[in-house]
Design a protein around this ligand. Structure first.
Ligand SMILES: Nc1nc2c(c(=O)[nH]1)N[C@H]1C(S)=C(S)[C@@H](COP(=O)(O)O)O[C@H]1N2
Ligand SMILES: [Mo]
Length: 396
């Protein structure tokens, strides 16, 4: 890829919004303030969390940029952005969630760090929603002879690996990469897309310009940015981020007895909800309190209900859920489906007259509920903290 570069240092980073809370400068990992998340159903691009493992590549969308589709395929292919834009445009509203979202709270139970695991991942994740525009991966794979709903390709491929161009220390200077099962990639209903737009604008550098994959309902780590190649492979990706990171271990596993090969790479994320209109500690006057937040579940499982307690979990009331407070503009020939991959925002109110804890827990359509305590889901890598979200309000 002549003229296209993956810088080895941070001298060519894009400009960023000043209100982002920066968890790590190099690589750049930042999240918006809580209040920004509930201000609109679709998160503005500049406030959307940014999760990187290396310097942001310097790419363009001219003929110099090509993504190759190779590996266990009969006829490998190279596509330019112009080729990709020939596919029907498909918009999917997706909440992307970093597996490390709410990690800081988990680390208060017991530290969640370890040698060689990217410290930059700590606490970076936040849920975010975008309207992604792009081509469906299942359509693109047909061009290399893999038909829809295929779990094993004619040449024995079972996984689809996405390889980037950024340089990550975890990959010893190599690019970020990860994979998903072929059956998911070839299933139109899974809506895996090659995205080149976000919120109606060309993808920006931080979020994967000119092309990234979006895997809806799955932890953000599989939605590889700055795509360089899409490889059809027999075994799942052997890279760091698939084999030695983003796996969920039980609380008993520590850095001495860990065996990475015993666990699957995390894909779907569990049901989650968070109060965004209050901080962890708040001082309020007695009277009516209105809380706002978001709830989301992985795997396309929508939110059935959100329960909110204004008395530390003794009693619960059902929150009002709302969606699309921001209208999604109609695009000609748009084949959008509903919002099964995206969050709902919620609101609940009550009179509070004494110091207490306000708590939220969501239930998804499969009846899954968030766990009551973070301690029971503690894991050494600090992923998937989906415990009840509690905020303290001191009444004065
Ligand atoms: N090439 C590349 N893709 C990547 C990453 C990365 O560091 N490099 N980070 C992953 C992780 S862990 C997450 S949570 C999402 C974050 O996407 P965002 O920065 O657009 O919010 O991108 C994923 N894709
Ligand atoms: Mo992530």
């Amino acid at each position: 890829m002549s003229g296209l570069r993956a810088p080895s240092n941070y001298s060519e980073e894009p400009p960023r919004h000043p209100s982002l809370m920066v968890n790590s400068q190099e690589p750049f990992n930042a999240e918006p303030p809580r209040s920004a998340l509930i201000a609109s159903y679709v998160t503005p691009v500049d406030l959307f969390y940014k999760r990187n493992h290396g310097p942001i590549p310097v790419l363009d969308d001219t003929e110099r940029y090509r993504v190759s589709i190779c590996g266990l395929v009969e006829k490998p292919l190279e596509l330019s952005m112009a080729d990709i834009k020939k596919f029907p445009k498909h918009t999917v509203t997706v909440t992307l969630q970093c597996a490390g979202n709410r990690r800081t709270a988990m680390s208060k139970v017991k530290p969640v760090k370890g040698v060689g695991w990217d410290v930059s991942a700590i606490g970076t994740g936040h849920y975010a929603t975008s309207i992604w525009g792009g081509a469906k991966l299942a359509d693109v794979l047909e061009l290399v002879g893999i038909s829809k709903l295929t779990s094993v390709s004619p040449l024995g491929g079972k996984h689809v690996e996405f390889v980037s161009v950024d340089m990550c220390k975890e990959e010893k200077g190599g690019p970020y990469k990860s994979s998903i099962p072929l059956i998911q990639a070839t299933n139109l209903d899974a809506e895996v897309i090659l995205a080149y737009e976000m919120n109606g604008e060309t993808l920006n550098r931080d979020h994967g310009y000119p092309l990234r994959v979006i895997v809806p309902g799955v932890i953000g780590a599989r939605s590889v940015k700055w795509l360089s190649s899409i490889d059809i492979i027999e075994k799942e990706c052997q890279g760091f981020f698939t084999q030695r990171d983003y796996k969920m271990f039980p609380p008993s596993v520590n850095w001495e007895n860990i065996d990475w090969s015993t666990r699957r790479p995390q894909m779907d994320f569990p049901v989650q909800s968070v109060i965004c209109s209050l901080e962890e500690e708040n001082t309020v006057k007695p009277g009516k309190i209105v809380v706002h937040g978001y709830a989301v579940s992985g795997g396309g499982r929508g939110i059935e209900r959100v329960d909110v307690s204004f008395d530390g979990g003794n009693t619960w009331e059902e929150a009002i859920r709302y969606q699309k407070s921001t209208a999604v503009p109609y695009v000609a020939d748009d084949t959008s489906t509903g919002d099964k991959w995206a969050w709902v925002l919620f609101k609940a109110e009550a009179d509070v007259s004494h110091t207490t804890e306000i708590i939220t827990k969501a239930v998804d359509i499969a009846g899954n509920v968030q766990p009551e305590n973070v301690a029971v889901i503690w894991n050494l890598r600090g992923i998937l903290n989906t415990s009840w979200h509690r905020v303290r309000v001191e009444c004065v």
